[in-house]
Design a protein around this ligand. Structure first.
Ligand code: MTE
Ligand code: MO
Length: 389
């Protein structure tokens, strides 16, 4: 039987955009330190929603390349499990030469690497004040080392990752709906699993993962949307066929209209449905502070690791101006940018940023994304409203 609490959690963390907004006390008053107020933050907006286990990063608090672990955003679909790290075993099963189990101590005894990774939930958007994103340094064992260690079966094509968390889910088959208890699961192709970057992480910023971050171990897929980063990792299963679990094939997909007149029933329109995998190019203005005689605009940019060509800032519809990218960043970290805003007059202003990568991809406007039906993967430009006091 579905448990009411789980279901409620599920609905709330399903990020039905508005649910994040609806619920809380005042965020607006908080960060108005330099006479700069973001007037676009809804009055009842809060980074922490006491009715769900979701936590947003208050992006106005970004003050360095790495998000402090206790501010790191977190999202999950079921309740946060409590795991006894000593008893926990990561099982590797399916099409492997020799099924195996790894304790946290086993992983810690293996060669460790550290990688700076920034990522966002694919549900991150202006509705969440772009706070479903963070960046940190994760430590762990490269996934491919672990897979090589157990030996990959010759027929394996797909690598499925299961979390220890589970709960009742609706599974719709044609006209029937079942309520089935299921584990959180995601997959990647073997080819993607064997790339150098994916990590079985057990530490963030040099400290054990916090409970909400997937303690004691989790997957990190640098360059991918958050949903790929399976927390509370309990099993890695190699198989030949595609994995079609709820969080792979149903809840996490994008539906975009291409061609035709734009009408929903236009037979010339092709509806392209894709999985949520690598992050789409995005930049976000996060804060404005007063500096010596001017204002400084700061924001973050995220993507799949393709180098950026530029981030630009536009003020009150004027010309696009190049922002400065922070000199130190890693391929998969987020990239902080700053722009020195001279001559800001008291009153209301609109600020927006856009990122461009070296392949010429440009961050779209919200209007460019109007044919996307699903709210996931919203990488549209985010015009911010600020008041200079
Ligand atoms: N086991 C498990 N892993 C999970 C989830 C989950 O519900 N269960 N949610 C995913 C989603 S939707 C996101 S956006 C990221 C969030 O990672 P974070 O909490 O470290 O920010 O975790 C992913 N990993
Ligand atoms: Mo997510």
């Amino acid at each position: 039987m579905p448990q009411p609490i789980n279901r409620r959690e599920m609905l709330q963390t399903g990020l039905a955009a508005t649910s994040l907004l609806a619920l809380l006390p005042n965020w607006t008053a908080a960060a108005d330190d330099a006479g700069v107020t973001f007037t676009d933050i809804p009055p009842n907006f809060t980074p922490r929603n006491p009715k769900s286990s979701t936590q947003l990063l208050d992006i106005r608090n970004i003050d360095g390349p790495f998000t402090p672990a206790d501010q790191f955003y977190h999202v999950q679909h079921f309740q946060i499990p409590t795991i006894d790290a000593d008893a926990h075993r990561l099982k590797v099963t399916g099409l492997v030469k020799q099924p195996a189990e790894f304790s946290l101590a086993d992983l810690r005894a293996m060669h460790a690497t550290e990688i700076a990774v920034g990522y966002e939930c694919s549900g991150n958007s202006p509705h969440a004040m772009e706070g479903l994103a963070s960046c940190g340094r994760f430590t762990g064992v490269p996934l491919r080392n672990l897979l090589r260690h157990v030996g990959i079966g010759s027929k394996a094509r797909e690598v499925v990752f299961f979390g220890a968390d589970r709960g009742p889910l609706e599974v719709v088959f044609r006209t029937q709906t079942y309520h089935l208890d299921q584990q959180f699961g995601r997959s990647v192709t073997l080819e993607n699993a064997m790339k150098p970057e994916p990590l079985i992480a057990y530490a963030l910023e040099g400290r054990p993962l916090r409970r909400e971050q997937g303690f004691p171990m989790r997957l990190i897929m640098p360059g991918w949307y958050g949903v790929a980063n399976v927390k509370w990792l309990a099993e890695i299963h190699l198989q030949e066929d595609r994995f079609l679990g709820n969080f792979q094939a149903r809840w996490y997909r994008s539906v975009v209209g291409e061609g035709g007149s734009g009408g929903d029933t236009d037979p010339q329109t092709q509806w392209v449905e894709t999985e949520i995998t690598r992050m789409h190019l995005k930049s976000v203005i996060a804060k404005v502070t007063k500096t010596d005689g001017a204002y400084q605009i700061l924001g973050y940019a995220l993507n799949d690791g393709t180098p950026l060509a530029s981030v630009e800032v536009q003020i009150d519809g004027g010309p696009w101006q190049k922002a400065t990218l922070a000199p130190t960043h890693d391929r998969y970290s987020w990239k902080l940018f700053t722009y020195r805003w001279e001559g800001a007059t008291p009153g209301d202003h609109t600020l927006v940023s856009r990122a461009t990568d070296v392949n010429g991809a440009v961050q779209p406007t919200a209007a460019d994304l109007s044919r996307k039906k699903t709210f996931l993967q919203d990488n549209g430009q985010f015009p911010r409203k600020v008041r200079i006091g």
